[in-house]
Ligand binder design. Sequence first.
Ligand SMILES: [Zn+2]
Length: 290
Amino acid sequence: MGDAVRGAVKDMVDVRAAAPGPMALVTVLMHGDETCGLDVLEAARDPGFAIARGRLVVIAMNPRAHAAPEGPRRHLGVDMNRIWSEAALEADGAEARRVRLLLPLMREAHAILDLHSMPEQERTFLLVSADRPASLGLARLLGEVIPRTLVAPRAAQRGCAMFETDLLAPSVPIVVAECGRHARPEAGEVARAVFLSFLEALMLVEPRAPQRPRVREDAVTYEITREVVLRHGPLRLAKPFSGFDPVARGEVFAFDGDVALVAEEDCVVVLTRNALRPGDEALTLARRRA
Ligand SMILES: [Zn+2]
């Protein structure tokens, strides 16, 4: 690829097996400060790493944000995970150019795993789009590593993310893995484990004997019911949230400036963000699917 990237991260690994098989794509560093995916980039680059069939491509999506002079940043002004629509990609920014450059290669993928981490919460989850049913099937196969899957309706209040884009064929599953808290070693371990599970699910490697920790929880599916975007700001939480914390109908769970945010039904707070100003994405609420 011709997009020269300076900094510590080489931006792509491409591994091919002699035997034919599907192409698995793993995207890391869509947000430059979410470094858990670097463990996967390193694992795939290791000389001892091999796949039995098919092709594995690992792409560092926004290495410029990772290599920012002041240290890794989520983005450099434009969130690369909010521009995955035809209209947004017409913009002439570095992020849009990078996505346009990568799309032809990405369109060859049979399945995509998108590795992320979170600023505050530890509790891992998978995220899929309600408009892309194949993604839920893949998420089930990854449930031994991350048992919580969150199904998102089409974004109304924010730009289009990669997992819900129309720019990739709807038959291709795309699963986001939120691997834990930014920069924690545990998040890197989860990223590696879900990566191995992904390779097994696509049969790029033989299923191995259990050699990594497997969760004991049953897989549970949740649906996003509300994404809170600040109208006033800043966000203040009524109590600390560690991820998927239950909130009862009628409960005040946070404040948008001086305005109390009240739960309209029994639900869980999936994650909270450091939101300050009107328009900032603040909280995501979900309900357990029956
Ligand atoms: Zn992210």
